[in-house]
Design a protein around this ligand. Structure first.
Ligand code: URA
Length: 198
């Protein structure tokens, strides 16, 4: 069993906060264990809580469309949430719930080692852009060391706001360029030809 699968198995019995009492099940996340791109949402909703998978309701259908726009499939990326259990009535996660759940996502990211982290909505944005406003910084990638962070609106919010929807289409289309940039950087220099060799 991979370390990531083992982590998700441990997550399934987490009781670190009160959300454990009302959930149907934990929604750890899913996708490629060595994904270059990780998407981080907020918390499971009704459909995710039922199925144990992230972004499988209407917001997930929109996320699938966005992935297709960027030439990506669900299987090639990893999708997770800052909070792994459904808050009752889909309310915002409470500060204590965010703190209790943080080590799980920290460890997931450590194990996956993505090159690009796409934050979906305010709560995941706050991890990397504390105190910022999403309307101001969405679609502006920030590079820290070898990792790009790309803040985007939450798909569910964009479904309710046509302007944000358009912005999401534009923001996701930055991904192919960022991936190409990363690929260029990690391509080893060509071996010297016979005439160049010392
Ligand atoms: N919204 C989220 O933030 N995450 C999900 O998994 C589903 C909806």
């Amino acid at each position: 069993m991979s370390a990531l699968t083992e982590l998700c198995r441990q997550m399934a019995s987490c009781h670190a906060c009160g959300l454990a009492q009302q959930r149907t099940q934990v929604v750890p996340g899913e996708g490629a264990e060595n994904a270059e791109v990780v998407f981080i949402g907020e918390a499971p909703g009704y459909h995710e809580d039922r199925l144990g998978r992230p972004f499988v309701g209407p917001a997930g259908a929109f996320l699938d469309e966005l992935l297709a726009l960027a030439g990506l499939s669900r299987e090639s990326v990893y999708i997770a949430n800052v909070v792994k259990c459904r808050p009752p009535g889909n309310r915002d996660p409470l500060p204590g719930e965010l703190v209790a759940c943080k080590p799980w996502l920290d460890r997931q990211l450590e194990l996956i080692g993505p090159r690009i982290i796409v934050t979906l909505g305010r709560f995941s944005m706050q991890r990397y852009f504390p105190g910022q406003s999403i309307t101001r910084i969405h679609g502006k990638p920030k590079r820290v060391g070898d990792v790009f962070f790309l803040p985007m609106f939450h798909p569910a919010a964009a479904l309710r706001n046509p302007e944000w929807r358009k912005a999401m289409d534009q923001d996701i289309s930055l991904l192919p360029r960022l991936l190409a940039e990363l690929a260029k950087r990690s391509t080893p220099a060509p071996a010297p030809t016979a005439t160049q060799a010392p």
